[in-house]
Design a protein around this ligand. Structure first.
Ligand code: UGA
Length: 441
């Protein structure tokens, strides 16, 4: 099957999902228009500045601006009129009732209804409550009864830090659509991304919307289960890392998303677990496994804090963090466990010194004005005078510490390994007290 030669794609909302999607389609040879209401973001993108760190993104931006396959605009009319596939990638943050707020999606739908010219496939990639795609169709038709549109749900499964790889070689593309024409258009535009033979799965819009939440909640559930097991391991001689290998080698379980640690964070799992369980309640369904996943995640943070404090003297001293991003390879600190630990330790009177190869600026901004929290541009300087080094993110540069540098900087030689990145024996042989997650040491 060939690419449809003149399919042009507009992407609405240039956050993580939108910008990566827009640039990935441009990279595959499509003409793409990226549209966002934030005029300053558009100005910066045109100026080749990326709004957040993501490996490989800057190169894609440079390349596709140079070859004119991508253009950026804050004018909805331009983006609606000049493409036949309109992808909605705006945010759906939680509202005060912990439901997904779809007002940004609705704004885009209103703009589409207003400016529509000819046939359009409207593709919802934002994470939205089940039923939104069908409602989107009604919203556009109510505003413009004669328009020629077809709506599809097409959830995104990219991960921060490997977003381009995930988009270029998706494990699957899910399309929830009742319309053969739009299904066929989407099959064609995704064809170059599925050369590896991974599946293009067609289903109802409701099943597709549900699949997105179901996937994130299942992954979060696996992590919470491992975190709970890690607490059990700490009370016995079992080691969660050995248990992980023991169970992950069962093909029915598999090795992914079973790493115990300081609790999951980020812009997706915390939001989606909450939104999904709240939405289920509204249908009188008790998704107790998902609500307990959330509870277990909060509990893991508290338990880890307890273990960090266990070996500290009662009088406050300095504690260092290596890594504050919610995971490796990103500068994102949204819902990062590091924020909770820093807030709690500062509240108790400790001084906190921090280094992260990517997220220093974001963390500094978050805690700006607090003199007891200092951010350092060198990982060893961040341990100067410190009584405990806490590893919170599994960035590569933390994996092989220079112990001499640590010993000349630190006041006490203690490491708390919140991601189990170290072999405890190596740390102990280097003269440090070692404590990890789910290990009785
Ligand atoms: C997650 C999903 O993995 C993506 O498939 C999805 O598209 C995305 O949410 C989204 O909904 O937009 P992301 O939030 O980028 O992606 O990060 P993950 O790699 O899933 O990690 C989430 C959190 O779980 C991190 O804090 C990470 O450290 C933690 N984690 C992950 C663990 O504690 N243990 C694990 O074994 C894996």
């Amino acid at each position: 099957m060939q690419n449809t030669p003149n399919t042009s794609i507009s992407v609405f909302g240039l956050g993580y999902v939108g910008l990566v999607t827009a640039l990935s389609f441009a990279e595959m040879g499509f003409d793409v228009i990226g549209c966002d209401v934030d005029a300053e973001k558009i100005r910066r993108l045109k100026n080749r500045e990326i709004p957040f760190f993501e490996p490989g993104l800057k190169n894609l931006l440079d390349e596709n601006l140079s070859n004119e396959r991508i253009q950026f605009t804050d004018i909805y009319e331009h983006a609606v009129r000049n493409s036949s596939v309109l992808m909605i990638c705006v945010g759906t943050p939680l509202n005060e009732k912990f439901e997904a707020d779809v007002s940004q999606v609705e704004s885009v739908l209103t703009a589409i209804a207003q400016h529509i010219n000819g046939f359009k496939s409207v593709v919802i990639k934002s994470t939205v409550p089940v039923g939104t795609s069908r409602r989107a169709d009604q919203i556009i038709r109510a505003a413009n009864p004669t328009c020629d549109i077809e709506v599809a749900s097409n959830p995104e499964f990219l991960r921060e830090g490997s977003a381009i790889e995930d988009t270029m070689k998706p494990s699957r593309v899910i399309v929830g659509c009742d319309h053969p024409r739009t299904t066929d258009i989407l099959r064609r535009i995704y064809e170059p991304f599925l050369k590896n033979g991974n599946p293009f799965i067609v289903m109802s819009p409701e099943s597709s919307e549900m699949s997105k939440y179901a996937a994130n909640c299942m992954l979060a559930l696996r992590i919470s289960y491992m975190n709970q097991l890690s607490q059990l391991c700490e009370r016995t001689n079992a080691d969660i890392e050995e248990v992980r290998k023991g169970i992950g080698s069962d093909p029915r379980i598999g090795p992914h998303f079973i790493y115990a640690g300081v609790g999951y964070g980020g812009s997706c799992f915390p939001k989606d677990t909450r939104a999904f369980s709240e939405w289920a309640k509204s249908l009188d369904v008790n998704l107790s496994l998902v609500s307990q996943t959330i509870e277990a995640n909060n509990n893991q943070r508290e338990k880890v804090l307890g273990r960090i404090l266990k070996n500290m003297t009662p009088e406050p001293c300095t504690i260092s963090f290596w890594g504050v991003a919610f995971k490796a390879g990103t500068d994102d600190i949204r819902e990062a466990p590091s924020i909770y630990f820093a807030q709690e330790l500062l509240r108790m009177g400790y001084r906190v010194q921090v280094f992260d190869p990517l997220a220093n600026d974001a963390f500094k901004k978050y805690f700006s004005g607090n003199k007891e929290l200092q951010v350092y541009s060198n990982q060893y300087e961040a341990t100067e005078g410190s009584s405990l080094l806490v590893v919170l993110t599994e960035h590569k540069s933390f994996r092989t510490p220079n112990f001499q540098k640590l010993q000349s900087a630190m006041k006490k030689y203690q490491i708390f390994d919140g991601r189990n990145v170290y072999n405890p024996q190596i740390i102990q042989e280097a003269g440090f007290d070692y404590h990890g997650v789910g290990r009785s040491i």
